[in-house]
Design a protein around this ligand. Structure first.
Ligand code: 3PG
Length: 320
């Protein structure tokens, strides 16, 4: 009986670890706690762990589920958590999870698409306005109204960018190799056939492609140099999608171009030194850092974990 009771207890009392180096807003943590507790599970919390991977491995040792943000989940962490059955990336991009390693270990990986995309899109516009107003240095800048905006990848963030851009009175173009043209047109956005055409056409390009082996460093000199005079590149996606060496080269050759990003480039110091007034980065990726986005993505992640354990629901699974 003892064995049966402890087996049943361990089976019911799942442990969910909220592993977020960049913490969620408290209101989101409270919401996650409620979903997890209502399901009869226990919530553990590990925030701001920095480079202390031993701490992460220790706290993950007895957990069945992980909720993460941009936190890297390596094979070592998976091995340190032998009960782990599901990882939910509370957000869109899951390039921080070793999917093959998860699949090999029978771990389901999910994301929560769309839950934080308005927050990212709004930040993109904040940086856009700042850049066309010369980083708020008091000199005369440009307006966004009437300018051509290129949306590079028309997913959840791209759609929100389009919605906001309409309010600014921009002419909106999009390139997405996977999204049907009709779907883009249905939003009043002009689809173009290639990334080249997008960069050639648009005064401002907002980048929303995910970091995959196929997109890494794909935004290069050739593409950026096609932009019209005074072109502005806004990156709220991933630093990996830009070829940073070629970005520096094109900004040297084209003193009219500006680059604003929510993901600090590896060569940040060089960009600061060379391109004063033409380059800006947030100190820490903060596109999804709003209470609303934290609540939406965090609670969706918690619900997906409960659905997975209670009903076997694998909607939003990203590793097959
Ligand atoms: C995402 O992929 O969802 C965004 O880049 C936000 O990432 P974050 O949760 O690390 O802020």
């Amino acid at each position: 009986w003892y064995v049966l009771i402890s087996f049943t207890k361990s089976n019911i009392m799942k442990k969910v670890l909220l592993l977020t180096d960049k913490p969620f807003a408290q209101v989101a943590i409270d919401g996650i706690q409620k979903v997890v507790t209502d399901a009869g599970y226990e919530l553990k919390l590990c925030e701001k762990y920095g480079t202390d991977m031993d701490r992460v491995k220790r706290v993950a040792a007895d957990v069945d589920a992980l909720i993460i943000r941009s936190d890297k989940v390596t094979p070592e962490i998976m091995d340190a958590a032998p009960n782990l059955k599901i990882i939910v990336r509370a957000g869109a991009g899951y390039d921080n999870v070793d999917l093959d390693a998860a699949t090999q270990r029978g771990i389901c990986v999910m994301n929560t698409p769309g839950q934080n995309s308005n927050a990212v899109a709004e930040l993109g516009f904040g940086m856009m306005v700042m850049a066309v107003r010369n980083m708020y240095n008091g000199t005369s800048g440009f307006e966004l109204k009437g300018k051509k905006l290129g949306i590079h990848a028309y997913g959840n963030v791209g759609r929100n960018v389009a919605r906001i851009a309409k309010g600014f009175g921009m002419e909106i173009y999009a390139f997405d190799a996977y999204c049907p043209k009709e779907a883009i047109e249905a939003d009043g956005v002009i689809p173009v056939d290639s990334a080249e055409a997008l960069y050639e056409t648009c005064n401002v390009v907002s980048i929303h492609i995910p970091a995959t082996p196929g997109t890494r460093m794909s935004i290069n000199y050739n593409l950026l140099n096609r932009m019209p005079k005074n072109g502005l590149i806004v990156n709220t996606a991933r630093k990996e999608v830009i070829n940073e060496i070629e970005l520096v080269k094109v900004m040297e050759d084209r003193p009219d171009l500006k680059y604003v990003t929510d993901i600090m480039p590896d060569d940040h110091a060089e960009l600061v030194e060379k391109f004063t007034g033409r380059y800006f980065t947030t100190p820490k990726k903060m596109g999804a850092q709003t209470a609303e986005a934290n609540i939406n993505a965090g609670i969706a992640a918690a619900n997906q974990i409960v659905g997975f354990f209670k009903d076997g629901c694998e909607k939003f699974r990203v590793n097959k």
